[in-house]
Design a protein around this ligand. Structure first.
Ligand code: XMP
Length: 326
């Protein structure tokens, strides 16, 4: 059994030099472990799996096979960024799987949040296992497990861990960042040359926008979540709030209200804006934001997002509200 605790002698990785030393050490260790064999990795584009991919590309190049599963619940531009960074810039061996219809068909009509999570987790494993089966000669499975995952819930990421891994994925594990805390993963990612948009990403749930399309997911309401989220992120970036506000996103609940556009009555969804600051996500406070900026965002969302006639701002701290609306 491998050691499951971070060695006490391990210094906290806080600087580019310490990150470089970690990278050099890991590259040597990965080459020793993997030799000339092949490694499989589910690459979501999140910080952890991206850092693992970049480390493995440095260590074993195209012996790494990355699989990016697009489940349709990613933010606007994310699948494109994964392809751009890993396939085009890093020359990764990347398989892109468009599984959008499969996920959304399975989720149709399902409104219970736990059930939605279960379906997303299960379909993810199914799709990934099917891809693994098509490949020859895989010996290892790489995972972006980080130290808090081990401390909190065991070594396999909980949102992917639906009743353990199927036999198609029963490979020896490669987990190069398993003793790192999140801030250290980011320092290492930066040193590996990953773009800031990937390294300093906000926390994002495994089931993605699925938890923000409250109730049963429909394609049109999901697009309203994705488009309004993109506008919010763009405006926060433009106004210097990226990296200053801990987490910000939009939610589209499953109800409609009356409105008026160009003199005609409408009956459409509201978009809810959530923007919070927190240290550990256990408690959170609402970010105090400039009212003029918020009014501008309301203007953009109501004019640019299809099916939306109203914007609400959630001013509830945690507790009593959770950060996400599931
Ligand atoms: P709540 O809504 O419980 O969320 O206040 C606390 C933080 O956890 C994030 N979150 C997740 N992160 N996988 C993740 O990696 C998940 O399944 C998941 N669900 C919630 C949430 O975005 C918030 O930052």
């Amino acid at each position: 059994m491998e050691q499951a605790r971070r060695p006490e002698s391990m210094a906290r990785i806080t600087t580019p030099a310490l990150a470089q030393a970690f990278i050099d050490e890991q590259i040597a260790a990965l080459r020793a472990q993997i030799g000339d064999k092949k490694v499989l990795l589910a690459l979501s584009g999140g910080v952890d799996s991206s850092v693992v991919a970049a480390l493995l590309i440095r260590a074993v190049g195209r012996q790494l096979v990355c699989v990016h599963v697009n489940h349709g619940l990613l933010r606007k531009g994310e699948p494109e960024q994964v392809i751009q960074v890993f396939r085009n810039e890093m020359d990764a061996n990347l398989i892109y799987v468009d599984a959008v219809d499969r996920f959304l068909d399975q989720l149709a009509g399902v409104s219970d949040p736990e059930q939605k999570r279960k379906i997303i987790g299960k379909v993810f494993i199914d799709v990934f296992a099917e891809e693994a089966k098509k490949l020859d000669g895989i010996s290892f499975l790489a995972q972006g497990t980080i130290y808090p995952d081990i401390l909190e819930s065991g070594p396999v990421k909980s949102h992917h861990n639906v009743g353990g891994l199927p036999p198609e994925l029963d490979f020896e594990l490669v987990e190069p960042v398993k003793f790192l805390y999140k801030d250290e993963v980011r320092v290492v990612g930066k040193a590996l040359g990953l773009p800031d948009g990937m390294v300093y990403r906000q926390p994002f749930p495994g089931p993605g926008l699925g938890v923000r399309c409250v109730g049963a997911i429909t394609r049109d309401r999901l697009e309203a979540v994705r488009e309004s989220d993109a506008i919010l992120r763009e405006e926060f970036k433009k106004n210097g709030l990226e990296g200053k506000v801990w987490q910000y996103f939009t939610i589209v609940p499953d109800f409609k209200s009356t409105g008026i556009t160009d003199g005609l009555r409408t009956y459409e969804w509201p978009v809810v804006i959530r923007a919070v600051n927190t240290v550990d996500a256990v408690t959170a406070e609402v970010a105090e934001l400039d009212f003029k900026l918020m009014a501008h965002i309301v203007e953009r969302i109501t004019h640019e997002v299809k099916g939306v006639n109203r914007v609400l701002w959630d001013l509830t701290p945690k507790p009593t509200g959770t950060i996400e609306w599931e």
